[in-house]
Every structure is written in structure tokens, then in C-alpha cells.
Design a protein around this ligand. Structure first.
Ligand SMILES: Cc1cc2nc3c(=O)[nH]c(=O)nc-3n(C[C@H](O)[C@H](O)[C@H](O)COP(=O)(O)OP(=O)(O)OC[C@H]3O[C@@H](n4cnc5c(N)ncnc54)[C@H](O)[C@@H]3O)c2cc1C
Length: 501
């Protein structure tokens, strides 16, 4: 068996025929493959990465998945047993609330038809994946706070995650696919779409040994991710400066199939000028596509502290909303600062409340000092300026409002920019500064498709034989993103595309 083939795979022949080709082996591609296989279709999944590079961005995720539900009883059948369920409060989250969150974070630039399906189908799709052997749990460590009664209260519309995070998700998807007889081929870079009389009839590819071939099928499902890993496409669409962003996930999502689909007449959709990007460890040596630490290089604790740039000035409202609704846009704000660098500041009171998975990651970059001035020296920031910023911030906090991390507590710092919630003074040594830069996650612009994943041409007519899902589907997000929606979108539209393929 050649390197790069799964246990279920055969030697790649130069030309061959399947019912369905899925391009890309992430969450969306696997979801499409499962749905097509379920209907008895002969499915081949072509993945660019070799087995030790595979799984796409999905491998790097925390596995957090946003679903509409009516509370714990509604999702209990999906979850692994956990004695903490008895002390958990999982506020219901309706499809309407999910849709409203989509509209709010994107400032209404989300495609309404795609959004409706995303939110409405979310729980049913997760249940379907659960039936295929995918495993879920409540994400206590990142989505719940303890309340004074000792209960675990979930916040921000996001509670459920894959067992084993993104690594577990891909392992479970792969096992389910192999059990369903889906043929998975690794190390296959799909180059072009083959068409005949206006219909897509296959793909051309190059394998890891440099051999070229063509595979034919009745349907091709594109699930090959965004273009975030191509610095030139980033510059072209997102703007100058984006070449410097760090790629959080797979280096293989370089927009290959976006270009190939446009070449056969596919229309694009959505916002190509913005993307999902976050605060990311700036000084960790291997801070791109790190398969060991994956999403642990994220620094999502800023709602507990303040964020300053190299000039020692604050520049965002760290407490504008729950982290789930702000983290995906703040990477761009950091990139716009001098040197594309910022520091998240905490003190002895807040430091213990930061998530260990991220802030205690082995080798996490941090500087620590007993005074703000000393800390500034280690950050390369003017000490007097930083001391002024911290003092002004501390003085502006309305301390009469009690702190409550599980709700938007209105405990604000009334200063420019404001900190709207969870304002906690930095006043107890030692002080901590975590250097952060912009980590790009995925791009928002993609192909234009209807709610079934059928790719549309410039006239809005489906291109026969071509479907799309996952990051490649344009129109859902713009400017920002509600945490956990990427995996939901991949599963919902992957399943739909695979059902038609
Ligand atoms: C660090 C990190 C953490 C994240 N955390 C979360 C989270 O907790 N929850 C959430 O919802 N989202 C999260 N996301 C976003 C999430 O990863 C994506 O929205 C989702 O995984 C996209 O799935 P996909 O299948 O479309 O793409 P991918 O999973 O990226 O899969 C695309 C696949 O296509 C392959 N491919 C590319 N080009 C070709 C080609 N030419 N030929 C063949 N194959 C090709 C790639 O190798 C890749 O395997 C996170 C992302 C990152 C990077």
C-alpha cells in the first residue's frame, strides 16, 4: 500500500469512476461523505494532506459546536455521562437566538436563507453525527462558570464539544467513514474540475509521489477549506499587512478549489475582505499550524483583564460581550497595532482564573513583574505610559456593581475605549503580560450556493454536479462570528450536500 493511503484505500489509478467525490477531509467533507454513503453511493474522499497532516482546520479545533436546544434534557442523549450534569445549568438556546446572534455579530451581513438552515438543522445534524459514532460532552473548562451556589452555569450559547477536541473529532469521523466503506485517499491534491456539456464530471489531481490522474463521478462535493493559508490571497482580499498573520490551523487550505471552481463558472458569495482571526501567542516559536498544541496557542482570557499595544494604550473593549462573540474579530484589531503586537495584562487576582489549557500551556509566552513599570520594561513599553493606562483604567471602574462572570454584569470601566463588563482593577502584584499577535483561522468569502449546497453560476443557476460546504461556502459570516458555528456549518451543509450528491 503506498504511503498516504488509508487502510480502506487502493492504489490510485490514473482514471476511474465513483458516484461521489468529496474534496477535503475535514469536518465538512466527512459529513458530506457520510450522508452520501448512507444513500448507498460509492464515495471517495480526496485529501491533500498525508495522514500525519490530515484533518484540516477541523483537527485544530477545540471541537466546540453551537447548537440550538431546549436545555440539558434536550441534549442529554447526545452526551457522555458526567456526574456534573446534576449541578449544571444549561440555559435553552433557540434557533431564533442563534439566528439573532448570527445577525448581530455580522452586522446583518449574513445570508438569511443559509443562516435559517444552519440554526434550524443544528441539533438534528449533531444527533445524526452522534448516530454515526461521534461523541460529545459539555465543555465545562471553557464555557461554564461556577455560581455562588456551586452550580456550573453555561454562558454564551455554546456548551457542547467533541470528546477529544478536534483531534477526537477527526478520529471519530475517520472511523465512521471507514466503517461506512468510504474510500479515503491521502496526499491527493485536487487541481482542477473536469466538466462535460456544462456539468461537472470529475477532478484532476496530483498525488504525493507527483503522479497525476483524473477521477470521475456524478457529483463533486467541495470541502477544501478557505484561502487563509495563502499569504498572497490574504494580501489580495484582506489587505496589506495580512501576510504577517499567523496561520492557526492547517497550512493546506490555500484556496485551490475556490480558484478551480471560479474557473468553471462558479459564482462567489460573502465577505472576502474579512476573516476569523484571534489573539494568538506572539512569541511561541512554533506558532503556526502546531499539531501538538493546536488551539492552545489562543489567548481568550482578555475579558478578565486589559489589552494594550506597544504604545501602552488600550484599543478594544475587552468586555464588549462574552468571549464567544468577540474573540473572532479581535485578531484584526491586534494586527492593526504597531508591530501587529499587543499584550494581555492580568494580576494576581485574575491570573488564577485564566484557562489552564491556554495560559499554562508548556512554553506559553509571558512576562511577569511586581510593578507595572517593571512589567512595561519587559514588554518594551514606556513604563510611565503603561502605569498611566492602568491607573486610569482602575480609577474608571464602577466598583458598586458586583462582578458576575456568568452574565453580562454591567460592571464597566467608563473610559475610552470602555470596558463594558467584568471590569476588574489591576492592583495586586505580581502582574502578568501575555504577548499576542493576530492568528488567522479561516476566511469568510467563498462560493455561492443554495441551501442544499448546490454551487450557483453567475446567473444563480446550479452548476450540475457541483456542491460545496464548510469554509468554502460563502455568505454565512462577515466581520465576526459566533464561536462554535464553523463546525456546525460544516456538518449541516456537509450533510445537505452529501444528501444531494
Ligand atoms: C485553532 C482553531 C480552532 C478552532 N476551533 C473551533 C471550534 O472549537 N469550533 C468551531 O466551530 N470551529 C472552530 N474552528 C474553525 C473550524 O476549524 C472550521 O470552521 C471548520 O473546521 C472548517 O471545516 P472544513 O471541513 O470546511 O475545513 P477543514 O477542516 O480545514 O478541511 C478542509 C480540508 O481540505 C483539504 N484540502 C485543501 N485543499 C485541497 C486540495 N486542493 N485537494 C484536496 N484536499 C484539499 C485540506 O487539507 C483540509 O483537510 C477553529 C479553527 C482553528 C484553526
Amino acid at each position: 500500500m503506498p504511503q498516504g493511503s488509508s487502510a480502506a484505500a487502493h492504489d490510485a489509478a490514473p482514471t476511474e469512476e465513483f458516484d461521489v467525490i468529496v474534496v477535503g477531509g475535514g469536518n465538512a467533507g466527512f459529513s458530506a461523505a457520510h450522508a452520501a454513503a448512507e444513500r448507498g453511493r460509492r464515495v471517495v474522499l480526496l485529501e491533500k494532506g498525508l495522514p500525519d497532516q490530515a484533518g484540516g482546520n477541523s483537527y485544530y479545533t477545540a471541537g466546540a459546536v453551537r447548537i440550538a436546544h431546549h436545555g440539558l434534557a434536550d441534549v442529554a442523549d447526545l452526551l457522555e455521562p458526567d456526574e456534573r450534569h446534576a449541578i449544571s445549568v444549561l440555559p435553552p438556546y433557540s434557533a431564533e437566538e442563534f439566528a439573532a446572534d448570527m445577525a448581530t455579530v455580522t452586522s446583518g451581513r449574513n445570508d438569511p436563507a443559509l443562516t435559517e438552515v444552519l440554526c434550524r438543522d443544528s441539533l438534528d445534524t449533531l444527533r445524526w453525527l452522534h448516530g454515526k459514532g461521534l461523541r460529545y460532552r459539555l465543555m465545562y473548562e471553557r464555557q461554564a462558570y461556577s455560581d455562588p451556589q456551586g452550580r456550573q452555569v453555561f454562558w454564551g450559547g455554546l456548551a457542547v464539544g467533541s470528546v477529544g477536541g478536534g483531534k477526537g473529532l477527526i478520529e471519530q469521523h475517520t472511523r465512521a467513514a471507514e466503517q461506512a466503506g468510504i474510500e479515503i485517499r491521502y496526499g491527493i491534491r485536487v487541481r482542477e474540475l473536469v466538466s462535460s456539456h456544462g456539468a461537472i464530471t470529475g477532478v484532476t489531481w496530483t498525488d504525493a509521489a507527483g503522479r497525476e490522474g483524473t477521477t470521475h463521478a456524478e457529483s463533486v462535493v467541495l470541502a477544501a477549506g478557505g484561502f487563509q493559508a495563502d499569504p498572497e490571497l490574504r494580501r489580495k482580499h484582506l489587505g496589506a499587512g495580512w501576510q504577517a498573520a499567523k496561520v492557526r490551523g492547517t497550512p493546506l487550505n490555500t484556496g485551490d478549489l475556490l480558484t478551480a471552481a471560479i474557473a468553471v463558472g462558479a459564482a462567489t458569495h460573502g465577505d472576502f475582505a474579512t476573516c476569523h482571526s484571534v489573539a494568538w501567542d506572539a512569541w511561541f516559536p512554533e506558532n503556526e499550524g502546531n499539531r501538538e498544541f493546536t488551539n492552545q496557542l489562543t489567548r481568550g482570557g482578555y475579558p478578565l483583564g486589559i489589552v494594550v499595544n506597544k504604545l501602552g494604550a488600550r484599543f478594544i473593549d475587552e468586555g464588549a460581550d462574552f468571549r464567544n462573540y468577540t474573540y473572532a474579530k479581535y485578531g484584526a484589531d491586534i494586527l492593526a497595532q504597531p508591530e501587529g503586537l499587543a499584550f494581555q495584562l492580568f494580576d494576581a487576582t485574575t491570573r488564577p482564573r485564566l484557562r489552564a489549557e491556554e495560559y499554562d500551556m508548556p512554553g506559553a509566552s509571558v512576562v511577569t513583574a511586581n510593578t507595572i513599570e517593571e512589567l512595561a520594561g519587559l514588554m518594551g513599553v514606556d513604563p510611565a505610559q503603561l502605569a498611566r493606562t492602568v491607573a486610569d483604567f482602575n480609577a474608571s471602574i464602577d466598583r458598586s456593581v458586583p462582578l458576575d462572570l456568568a452574565v453580562k454584569d454591567g460592571r464597566a470601566a467608563r473610559i475610552e475605549p470602555p470596558k463594558s463588563h467584568w471590569a476588574i482593577p489591576l492592583e495586586n502584584a505580581p502582574y502578568y503580560a501575555f504577548p499576542v499577535t493576530c492568528g488567522i483561522t479561516f476566511t469568510f468569502g467563498g462560493l455561492h450556493a443554495d441551501v442544499h449546497g448546490r454551487v450557483l453560476d453567475q446567473d444563480g443557476v446550479p452548476l450540475p454536479g457541483l456542491l460545496v460546504c464548510g469554509e468554502m461556502l460563502g455568505g454565512l459570516f462577515s466581520g465576526n462570528y459566533p464561536g462554535g458555528s464553523g463546525l456546525t456549518a460544516g456538518a449541516v451543509f456537509g450533510r445537505r450536500a452529501g444528501t444531494l450528491a
